[in-house]
Design a binder for this molecule. Structure first.
Ligand code: NAI
Ligand code: MG
Length: 352
């Protein structure tokens, strides 16, 4: 297959981890006979410096002519005092909105050789393999009216049938590709929008008889993510609940440098990026952990290109390198033996 990938390195360690991800994709291309064509664009602080715009038109055009987008990270102290329209994060919000990427996918999977890094007991995290599907473009964060005076503050939680249907369908399709279990998280005992959400999940389940469905209230889901996280497969939920639960779930495996994410819509186009930020404290030193970026590239192979074997090969290579005791500085127990970004990436490349 031939695929066009837009690469937006961004700021801080973004360019360093993107270089690693591209190197791994090139090897995947050679091994599996695909041609990946990479084109580079600017976003975030980098784009502000070059174009005085965190998401320039030429970056949008580049992404529009690509099959998927790989993004590093944006932000850093250099732009912290900029006015709000010249903030790096504006670029991220704008690209998600422009491409109507309404579903945010965050997998959380235990890495056998890193279980001791988890704040939870090893036996609780060992079998964890879940993915949180968060609605990203509706709900409380976008509802109108939204304002405050000195005496009162107002936010509005609205979900339309169409918004719920498309995210729920996405989650059912994912569950079908995985372990076949879907947990829909809501607050249907209190919120009207959750009652509609639950009704639509029950309608849709008729189209997916092979998927086991459960409804769970968000407070109880928050507890279960800590007490029995291995019980989950796919969790689908609205924007704010998903924001909170995905951060909660992300720390149970113990390392920010390992977590990939995807923002997708109903067709195959998607934006793939590590969960971590631009890590200005380690940027430019060649020591960033590229695992989350490489695993984000694996998600792109799976979800945008339908290349399941290729994605699994990358994930297996990453795990094998960890099992062999190879770590970057952020994870190494013996700092003297920590590998640089390039050395660690080359281990993955050798494995592939
Ligand atoms: P951060 O994720 O950049 O860093 C938190 C800590 O984890 C730092 O000590 C950092 O060195 C370490 N870390 C993170 N990823 C790492 C990696 N791959 N390898 C080694 N160490 C890693 O979050 P922080 O410090 O809160 O934010 C820094 C900047 O990044 C800010 O400007 C923030 O706005 C931006 N940011 C951007 C995001 C994005 O582009 N999606 C997400 C989160 C923050
Ligand atoms: Mg958050």
């Amino acid at each position: 297959m031939e695929k066009r990938v837009a690469v937006l390195p961004g700021d801080g360690i973004g360019p360093e981890v993107m270089e690693a991800a591209v190197k791994v994709l090139e090897v995947v291309g050679r091994r599996f006979n695909h041609t990946f064509e990479f084109s580079y664009g600017s976003i975030g602080g980098d784009a502000i410096d070059r174009h005085r715009n965190p998401l320039p038109d030429e970056t949008i055009a580049l992404c529009e002519s690509s099959d998927a987008v790989l993004l590093g990270a944006v932000g850093g102290p250099k732009w912290d005092n900029n006015p709000s329209e010249l903030r790096p994060e504006k670029g991220l919000l704008a690209i998600r909105k422009h491409f109507d990427l309404f579903a945010n996918l965050r997998p959380v999977k235990a890495v056998p050789s890193l279980l001791q890094a988890s704040p939870l007991k090893e036996e609780v995290v060992r079998e964890v393999d879940m993915i949180i599907v968060r609605e990203l473009t509706g709900g409380l964060y976008f509802g109108e009216p939204s304002n405050h005076t000195n005496q009162s503050g107002v936010d509005t939680l609205i979900y339309t049938r169409e918004e719920i249907e498309r995210i729920v369908e996405k989650a059912f399709e994912l569950a079908r590709l995985r372990k076949g279990k879907l947990t829909s998280v809501d607050k249907a005992n209190v919120l009207e929008s959750s009652k509609l959400w639950r009704k639509i999940v029950d309608e849709k389940r008729k189209m997916f008889p092979d998927v086991e469905v459960e409804h769970q209230l968000v407070d109880s889901a928050a507890m279960k993510i800590i007490t029995n996280p291995a019980a989950f497969d796919v969790i689908v939920t609205e924007n704010m609940f998903g924001d909170i639960l995905s951060d909660e779930a992300s720390v149970i495996t113990g390392s920010l440098g390992l977590l990939p994410s995807a923002s997708v819509r109903s067709d195959r186009f998607g934006l793939y990026e590590p969960v971590h930020g631009s890590a200005p404290d380690v940027a430019g030193k060649g020591i960033a952990n590229p695992a989350a970026a490489i695993l984000s590239a694996a998600m792109m192979l799976r979800y945008s290109f339908g290349m399941e074997d290729e994605a699994a090969a990358v994930e297996k290579a990453v795990n094998t390198v960890f099992e062999d005791g190879c770590f970057t500085k952020d994870l190494a127990s013996n700092q003297e033996r920590a590998l640089t970004t390039t050395e660690w990436t080359d281990k993955v490349v050798d494995e592939l």
